[in-house]
Write a protein that binds this ligand. Sequence first.
Ligand code: GLA
Length: 639
Amino acid sequence: MIQEKNNVFVLSNEQFSYLLRVTDEGRLEHLHFGGPASAEDADALTCQYGLGWGGTVCEKGCQSPETRPMEWSGSGRGDYRETPLEREDGSTDFRYIGYEILSSVVPMQGELPQAQGPAETLQIRMEDTAARLRLTLYWTVFDTAVTRRAVVTNIGETPQVLRKCMSTCMDLNGVYEMTTLNGSWSAEAQRWTAPVGPSRLVNESTVGFSSAQHNPGFMLSEPDATEEAGRVFGFNLIYSGNHYASAQRSFHGLTRVMQGISPDHFRWALASGESFETPEAVMTFSAAGFNGMSKAMHRFINEHIVPEAWRYRPRPVLYNSWEGCLFDFTQGRLMKLARKARDLGCELFVLDDGWFGRRKDDTAGLGDYDVNKKKLPDGLEGLAREVRKLGMDFGLWFEPEAVNEDSALFEAHPDWAMTEPDRETLYGRNELLLDLTKEPVRDYIVESVGHILDTVPISYVKWDMNRNSAALGAKAHRYILGLYDVLRRIFGPRPQVLLESCSSGGNRFDLGMMCFSPQVWTSDDTDPVERRRIQQDVSYLYPLSVMGAHVSASPNVQTLRDTPLFTRGNTAFFGVLGYELDLQDLLPTEEKEIRAQIEFYKTYREVFQYGSFRRLKTVEGYAWQVSRTEPECHIAAVF
Ligand code: GLA
């Protein structure tokens, strides 16, 4: 619900209240983000501002903007804390013009994906008359979260350049810790907590994608918050590219928090009349500790982020060929595996990398879509037909954003790859990225993938991307807009296809991808001991329904650790279950155990995928619990 009274805006949902006010000077002041509150509470919630002193730049009444909690701040005009918006040619100081309350989501102007579903939106218009810029801010209120974004328009006659434009900015009263999810390939999402103090804490990706190094989601919590109690804020960004978030505590006790596209190398030219639109930031709050916050975020993602056709829809138990076969397969070998997978209870057979062009290893073939007839003499159609005859669905791996130099595509269009003409070419996993800012490149991908989806009975796609970007700043952003255009054009008209996004595991585990992809391959690390930590830390900000989790062979191919099948199964249950190993190697006792695992998972799949998940702190570590109320059911695992 959104209400306005005496220039105070109250945004409230099942989870929290959020209050802001237009000040006498026409600025936006942040009043409250927390438990239930109303417009009548505004005066009580107002911070007692410190007076300006020393070198502080003051306005009338000797009040300095620097001492006040802002909902959006200017730059170079008295508030010298970090600014959410920087233009190349000077200061900014936006003043309120007017507002509107709308009874729905307000669609994005461009390609960026956004949260969907029943919601109300507050739109506030502000203007900086000297800078000739208009700022339109949007707060969209969903049942358990609020999203926020900004649109900046050049209302002058001459071109302007933006160097930074955040999606959200606010000053929270209180003392907090910031928790981020950091890591690398095969070691994603390692939780890191630091006190927010006077030196700025920054969570930023500069690799071109949301990254395994620094997931865009983060939390702020009271220092003594636990899993079950205490005030915890959850933040995220609906974006797959370079991102930025910061938290910094002022001398006056206000914690400035902001989040948006990374300003690293960012430079966006705005011609007269043009606008720049930021991605949506997501915010939620709970006074019931980290579990309370996670529950609100999980519900928001399940109900407002993943594509409508897959909301609360049970996900199939899959078999994936990668760790079992790598590039070494024939139709005969695949069919043996498919038969075994079906007998064990798998519902979907996924052919991973290696089915196309000159792909014998990872040095060749990316960019091409012709089927390798030596491996698959009956083509993809023949294989898919045979798999479906077994009563399983068929899924296929693609890596459409990349190209190998050893490919027919590169020979025909070397200029489609992103390289720097005067520099040595740099590779990641022997590949280059295709320049998705170019329309013919996007058309080629849409037509090539679309043709296969329309001619082969494919019900699942694994969309991989295996290198960091070469694009910087504004080009990196345009690349991501190009990617969203491609995904929308391919999967929009084919909502029945289940998309699982992957990027060397979790290099693009973000809400932007989840708007197209209801599940994401969490990590290439399938060792259950390491997976337990990865899945647990991911669970702070993402639901189990989005986490691809597979049982693989032991000893583990990445870590060489030997673990019981029991442990591997128990870990993978807490996600979207799959199997990824050579099934021909299984002992009869292992087959029996896997059959029982799949049967158990299928019985409780909706509880695992969509139940309420809690991390339970034990003396020695953590236990996990998933629960459903109707009919009541609780499943727990102690690790
Ligand atoms: C990446 C993915 C793996 C697998 C391989 C195939 O590493 O993360 O799951 O698909 O590519 O080359």
